[in-house]
Every structure is written in structure tokens, then in C-alpha cells.
Design a binder for this molecule. Sequence first.
Ligand code: BGC
Length: 471
Amino acid sequence: MYSMRTFLFIGIFLSIVTINFPAHSQTKQYPKSFLWGAAFSAHQTEGVTGGGENGDWYQFEHPATENSPIANGDNADLSIDHWNRYEDDLQAAKSTGLNTIRISLSWEKIEPQPGIFNSEVMAHYKTVLKRMRELGLRPMISLHHFTHPIWFNQNGGWLSAQSPEYFARYAQYVAQNLSDVCGLWMTFNDPMGFIHLAYVNGEIPPHKKGLSNGFEAAFNTVRAHRLAVYAFHKARSTNNVGVAYGFKLFDPFDLKNEQDVRAAKELSEISNWAWLRATETGHLEFRYTQPGIIWDKQIIFQRNILTSEMILHAKIDWLGVNFYDHSLVRGTTKPIPFELINTQGLEGDNGSTLAPQALEKITRLVAKHFNYPLIITESGLADSDDSRRPDFIRRNLYALDRLRNGSELGDPIDVRGYYHWSLMDSFEWLNGYKYRFGLFEIQYGNNLKRVPRYSAQVYLEEITKRSPPRY
Ligand code: BGC
């Protein structure tokens, strides 16, 4: 007897082998303004120079005992030394045909003590941003990419009702100081992914495990996001502000099983839509069903942002799609009633899998839920020998063509940019330097030499097809 799962896998397998990249190609030329980029973040690349010791991840990577929570006991003290070698990295981006780079700022370096800002650090960022612009690389900056100043966590982190104001103070300072050299901003990178790891399961700083902590942190980051959007628009009306949201594609494991269907829907609601919807409506709600023997129980967390705060005009200009995860969901009777099973498709060294149409499907779903121009702010694959990444890039850009031109899955979607994760190999959080996401290999044993992978050439070729050089 073949199980439903076997049929599902055969189906997915068939769709993999029949996918081809048409010779005539749907590739139309892209507008000049289309953003072709690669992304990375401050803590993952810069190294501690400039004050990284003031951050929660520095603390986490240097435990008092020898038991490091990070793979191989790695830390980001030097990482790829982007702080000092930024010129090499910008040149690398240029040689790959990019017209934009996505970075993040280190909050702990900028504001090492509450309300005390480091002007030298800001001067450094300004120099780097100016250089980017000279090279024709439009900067896109994220204010928050997982790390915090130590003082912020000591004051309660995202569980504190004051946390949105702390974040807004930092946002205002940055907006006032850098809006002349950057116009493309995002408040958070993958807020719910961060909250899941740091609050719901407590694996990363500040380790406040618990569902209700997760809800509290989500609520405060929604408020923080709104205040930061407002600060950026106020500092310069031309500031283009968004958020890079980590979307996940959840399909029911068995389409005929009611529990699986419900679990996939509820998980998608909490993970993908609730936080963003709250940024618009002010009402945050997490709701899921806990199946019981006699009756099912509804678990609900909900709260409203105060009307006085909602008065602020905090509408984003665009929405960023980070996408890595496609899973099948099984409903269970456990306290957290979701179980995730990998789908079949291109597999990363870290076990992530992506079915061929996943990027197109999730982006279409996002466009159904929210009416903003979209930018693919991250998609990438851990692939140390670069054996699958070239194909991954081709498939993703084929999906991009289908999104922009329309396909049998739906009408054209307004997607304005694509950022590969990542430009270079870098510090992969709990996994240290174990996984390699870069278009450029970093030779850690060879003075951090940057070596282009074949993927960088493929990305350049794919970009050139869509945006040939113009006069
Ligand atoms: C994060 C990156 C990370 C990447 C690959 C993304 O969700 O934003 O910081 O390096 O996943 O693990």
C-alpha cells in the first residue's frame, strides 16, 4: 500500500523533474530601478571592532564556562572582518553585477549605553555608505537583525513596555544621521523568526522561553516597528521604509486530514500574518486550537495598541519577503499542536528544503494578504561545495520572472527587487561558521580571502539577461 505521503512525494518529484527553464524564456527586461542585490548583517560579518563587546551576542558567545552554545565554540570576534575590509566586499558586489547591498547596523555599537550614542561608529557607517553610493550600489539598511545592546536586555528586552521607546530613540538617531546617505530602510529583519528563537523557545539571547513571552515580545516589536517607521518618514519624507519579514510556506501533510489542514492554517496565521496585520490594525492576536478528547480548546492571546499611539502614521512603503522554509504540517495533540516535516526539493547543508514553486507560491500568498510593493529581501542556500546554489539561483529568478509577468498560478505581482542571501560566507548564529551561504567563499584559514564561487558568475549572468547594461 502506498501512503498519501508517498503519492505526495511522487507528485513533488515529478514536478521537480519536469521543471525546465524555457529556452525562449519568459525573461523580459527589468526596469532600470529594479534592485539586484545581496544581503548580509552587521553581527554576522563586521567583527567586534567598533564596540561589539557591548552586545548580547558577544556575551552569549563568551560564556563564563567552557561550554559554548555555538557550533565548534565559534564566535564572531573577527568574523569576516567586514568592518575593515568593506572595500573588498563592495568591489565583490560590484563584480557580481549588483546595484544594491543590504546591510544592518549594530545597535550595540551605535548606542552602547542607554541614550549615549557613538559618533565615531556613525562616521564609519557614513563612510561605508558613501563609498557604496560612489560605486553605484544603493544601500538598504536594517535597524535590527537579531542583536541588542546588553543594557537593552538588562532593562527587560522586548518584554518591557518601554522597549518600543528605546528602539524609537535609536531609530530617530539613525534617521537623523544617515538619511542623507541612505533612503531605503527597514525596521526589523524577520521579527517573528527572531521572537520564536529568542522568546518562544529561548535558544538565543535574551533566552526568555515561553509562549506568553513570545506574544509579549511580538506585541512590543509591532509597537517598535510603527514608531520607527514614523521616525524615518518624519526625518525625511523621501525615506522608503519597510520590514523584511521571514515568511514560511506551510502545507498540510495530508490534505484530507482535518487536523493537518487546520494546523497548517493556524500556524501560517501566527507565523506569517498576525504580526504584520497588527502593524496595520493595532490588534495582535495569536489563536490556535488545542485538540482535546471531548472538546477542542481555543488558545488565544490578544492585545490592542493604545489608540493614542495608533494615531501615528506608520504605513510602510514596501514589504520584504525573506524566504527559506517550506514544510508540511501535521496536527498533533501535543501542547503545541504542530509538527513540521520537510518537503522534498533542493536541500541545503542545514537540512532546509525548497520545492521548486515554493518562492512563487509564498510571494503570491503574501500579495494576497498585503497590498504593498514587494521586495525579495532574502533567499539563499547553505551549500559549501556550491553544487546546488547555481540551480537554486536560476530557479529563484525563474520564479521572479513568473511573479512579475504572471503565470498559470496568478496575475503579475509588483516585485521590485531581489537580494540573495548572502554576498559572503559569514557567522551563522548558533551554527557558527559551519554553513556556507556566500556567493563568495571565505577562506577562514587563509587570511579571510574572498574567493568568488561559480554561483557569483551565474547570478551575474542571470542579472545581465534581465537587466543588460544600458548607456
Ligand atoms: C537570517 C540570516 C541567516 C539566514 C541563514 C535568515 O533568516 O536573517 O541572518 O544567516 O537566515 O541561516
